[in-house]
Design a protein around this ligand. Structure first.
Ligand code: ADP
Ligand code: MG
Length: 399
């Protein structure tokens, strides 16, 4: 928060400085000032528009305003170049127009300005060369040299852009990773606390219910209700133990050699009848040697969560494909469904505790998956589009 306010302060200082220079350039020793001719008026209006846009930018940080600023700045630069031929240094501004776009870190805007600017300068130079009597002696006298220099300047600007942009992107990825692992850490701590708090009262209630179940003074109908309550409590306990697998550093869960194919077969067998509820077949395809270093139980839990989600996302009759195979040093598992799909936002929210779009969802499944994958040094990728389905790709180092 504090950083953004200082950034804004710096921005305003720079903006006012630029505005001051533009205004000074307009009024000090301007050969066109005394005539008040059309060029001077146009120049003044451009300075005014650019100044207003620069000052508005921090408040309305939109792509449109960025384009307007760059366009206004370009017009101003071209005005300086074309209508003040006696000042040869205005040519520098033309070289720097694409550099302005770098400041806004807008890739499209940069390439667009680079292209349009280059074409404009070439057209202007050609016009100067072809039409006699235009007064740009410094352009005419060494046309080739000028074009070379201009091209070189554009190449330099391009390199500055691509290097800066690459660094920015790397930093962005790094930042997202840090955020993600931070999220996982908090999640783990949260999980432990919540699970412990809930487990105790649940045990007490369940104990009493079991006690009532034995009590002969209750009617059979009541006892059925009690059995139902115990069932529900068992489900709740299940959720909690799922939680705890993430939270506690499992010493008993040793890392062993696990055959992914065998695990997948047992998981798909287990979920077969679940899929049949809505006529969703699970198609399993395993090729090659798929042995990884992981924990049998946890890998099972991971795959159950993913395949269950895939089935739940599918419409009636759609199949779910599970494909596992070897790709060089990795074992790759694909879980593919042709169901509802997710937006980019939804994909980004996966793994956030309690994030669920289902009426009876816990929103814990994906979080557990992320934890297990991280634990065994794997990676997970999502490819999803609304209405088309989702492909989840997991990679584990093979052993
Ligand atoms: P839950 O399944 O309990 O809702 P999860 O953490 O397993 O919790 O999933 C969170 C949410 O992610 C789901 O509610 C669903 O909206 C979305 N999701 C997960 N997998 C898929 C998928 N294969 N297709 C579409 N949406 C999915
Ligand atoms: Mg789920």
């Amino acid at each position: 928060m504090k950083e953004t306010t200082t950034n804004k302060k710096i921005y305003y200082h720079v903006a006012w400085f630029i505005i001051a220079i533009m205004v000074l350039g307009l009024i000090i020793d301007n050969p066109r000032l005394d005539d008040h001719d059309i060029v001077f008026i146009a120049h003044s209006i451009q300075v005014l528009i650019l100044s207003v846009c620069l000052l508005l930018y921090p408040r309305y940080d939109t792509a449109i305003l960025r384009w307007i600023i760059i366009t206004a700045a370009s017009f101003l630069c071209y005005t300086l170049f074309l209508f003040y031929p006696e000042t040869s240094t205005t040519f520098i501004f033309l070289c720097l127009i694409p550099a302005l776009a770098i400041l806004y870190f807008d890739t499209k805007l940069f390439y667009f300005t680079l292209l349009v600017n280059y074409l404009s300068v070439v057209i202007i130079f050609a016009t100067i060369l072809l039409i006699d009597g235009l007064q740009y002696p410094f352009v005419e006298e060494d046309m080739i040299g000028n074009i070379f220099n201009f091209t070189a300047s554009q190449i330099i600007v391009y390199f500055i852009f691509s290097i800066t942009n690459g660094r920015m992107k790397k930093q962005q990825v790094y930042y997202e990773q840090v955020q993600h692992s931070e999220r996982l850490k908090t999640t783990g701590q949260l999980a432990a606390a919540v699970a412990h708090e809930i487990r105790n009262p649940l045990t007490v209630v369940k104990g009493f219910l079991q006690f009532f179940e034995q009590d002969s003074s209750f009617s059979e109908e009541r006892k059925e209700h009690i059995a139902l309550m115990i069932d529900e409590l068992n489900t709740a306990e299940e959720v909690i133990s799922q939680f705890l697998t993430v939270a506690k550093p499992d010493k008993e869960n040793v890392t062993e050699h696990v055959n992914v194919g065998a695990v997948l077969r047992s998981v798909t067998d287990l979920l077969h009848s679940y899929g049949l509820l809505h006529d969703n077949r699970i198609e399993l395809e395993v090729t090659g040697d798929c042995t990884i270093a992981a924990n049998n139980m946890e890998l099972k839990q991971l795959l159950i969560n993913l395949i269950k989600n895939a089935i739940e996302a599918s419409n009636i009759g759609e199949k779910v494909q599970v494909i596992a195979g070897r790709e060089r040093d990795f074992v790759v598992i694909n879980v593919i469904d042709y169901g509802r799909g997710m937006t980019e936002m939804e994909v980004a929210s996966l793994g956030t505790p309690f994030y669920s779009l289902k009426s009876k969802g816990t929103g814990l499944g994906m979080m557990i998956c992320f934890n297990i994958i991280e634990k065994f040094k794997g990676t997970i990728d999502f490819e999803s589009s609304i209405g088309q389905g989702t492909t989840i790709t997991i990679r584990f180092p093979a052993c």
